[in-house]
Design a binder for this molecule. Sequence first.
Ligand code: BDP
Length: 680
Amino acid sequence: DDGYRLWLKYDLIKDAGLRTAYASQAGFIQVTGRSGILASAAGELQAGLQGLLGKPVPVVSSGSKTGGIVLTVSQAVALPNAEGYQLTQQGGNVVISAKTEAGVLYGAFALLRHLQTRQPLRNLPQSSSPKVRYRMLNHWDNVNGTIERGYAGGTLWKWYELPETVDPRYRDYARANASLGINGSVLNNVNASARFMTAEYLQKVAAIANVFRAYGIRVYLSVYFPAPKVVGGLKTSDPLDPQVKAWWTDKVAEIYKLIPDFGGFLVKANSEGEPGPQDYGRTHADGANMLAEALGDHDGIVLWRSFVYKADPKGDRFKAAYEEFKPLDGQFHKKVIVQVKNGPIDFQVREPFSPLFGAMDRTPLAMEFQITQEYLGFATHSVFEAPLFKECLDSDTWQKGKGSTVAKVIDGSVGNYTLSAMAGVANTGSDRNWTGNPMGQANWYAFGRLTWDHTLASETLAREWVNMTLTTEPKAAQAITDMMLRSREIYVDYTNPLGLHHIMGYGIHYGPEPWLDRAPRPDWRHTYYHRADSIGVGFDRTASGSNALSQYKPEVQAQWNNPESCPLPYLLWFHHVAWTKKLPTGRTLWDEICTRYYTGADAVGWMQQQWAQAKPAIDPELYADVAGRLATQHREAIWWRDACVLYFQTFAKRPIPAPFRQPDRTLEDVKRLVDIYQMR
Ligand code: BDP
């Protein structure tokens, strides 16, 4: 098994009794109309059922037979969202109904998932509606075929061959996403090339959109803000300039002619050197609103990113997005959603939720998670991200009182918005198995399912994925599920325990480099983030420090303000704590840090054992692939551990607590390892 089929494996169900039970309800698939999305739904069901049941399942257009599956689009379906579906038993048939064809497709995938996870038919999933309207992947893919922060090969989009050659893989990509409920895909990097606004490239984009359409997926493009100058030959790209506005209006018309269901624009502006409206003395709102107006009556939106921070030697990067965006709250056009990264810094292994989620009362906010493991060990380390996503989604912002969780802010229920969006920076690439590490597929899966229903538990997501992708054998499935559920905390422990952050290899963001104290900008130095000294370690973000905490509602501040009661996972995010300070665990901070690094690294050994336990139930090729990566992960966890304890020991000046042993290499030895990674 080369992993290409992802979780859409429709291998024969071995349990003959179960197969017969399912088959009694799968005599045929009845669907009226064989075009577009309905045809995809029928086709997917047919392929799925035939594979799982090992018998032909005809698709019919009418009939009054029983014992089959009927697909219907009906306005009578009473669900909050047009993309929701209902699964009912009616007149001897299983009926999948929805207000839209897309809803029927999602229902078809839900039924297949039900069978793939071996659920009894009498417990059919009844009905389900997506909680979020725009459920998207963001690809950081470049025209030259590379992917920024991509670890699974090159881009899936073959720009040089398009539009004439359409890779069949685009369809499989769309199937996989539709099976999760994802309905949008931003094809190009947020550090965008202007080329995507040329007539030539729009043709290529349209060819991809033509494939995605049958799976309910709309394409979006990242915008290079100066496109009017670069592509249009104008003298300026000032968003308030009439010629610039006209250029964008014309561009939008051109796009919709080619791609009638185009989704809209994603914009990174005035961030990390990218140009933007501020270059012309305008605000983020001016830029976003100009694009929104250019979209006119077309059914498209603008996703404007809040990931901005300036080189400010005295400031705290934590505060930057809030400082720039909070004053603009209420100024955005109704087609604009501000897209906010889950945390205030940058996709670290753990971050408190971004304070913007509690602060923008008058602006719809989109969640931006990173599925690709930029800071989580690339495609080498196995880290199941659902617990990370959930930790953020379930955090209470107190925006409108208790219960205003991040999830409810972004699904629009707190602010009463119909615009709601969740985006994940994709971990897909041209590798045959899509994600490099087969375990990375689970992160794509979990993210997608959460865009549909953010109340799903990490455990449910892990179990579903394991059952659908690796094995339904209960013991093996349990061993892998347990491994996945602990993997993120283990990764935190051997890399950034207790709220340490941003101490990874410079630029590459791989491996440990806490000692980095030289970089073009202060907030790119790692000593800036951990602030270790002879007294202690951690970033004081209370009123006595940067006061970033003041960006949260008082109830949230109260949870984190006091170093005595601040939960340990967030401790060093908000406090500079003495090495000798006794923690609730009974250990001093120094001893606790060491304990985390050592037990975390050891726990990768435990992960290897869990994986080994599952071996008899897993395809050998997949087994070996993950086993190899886990071995590397173990070696590198020890690298992280040694680097960090040796480095912090130069400040703490204390011994490694028993039963752990002083590493048998020196700080200089481990520093050299990082040099190798950075070597040209
Ligand atoms: C950082 C990445 C960088 C991205 C940037 C962004 O290191 O490659 O361009 O985020 O999100 O995490 O714009």
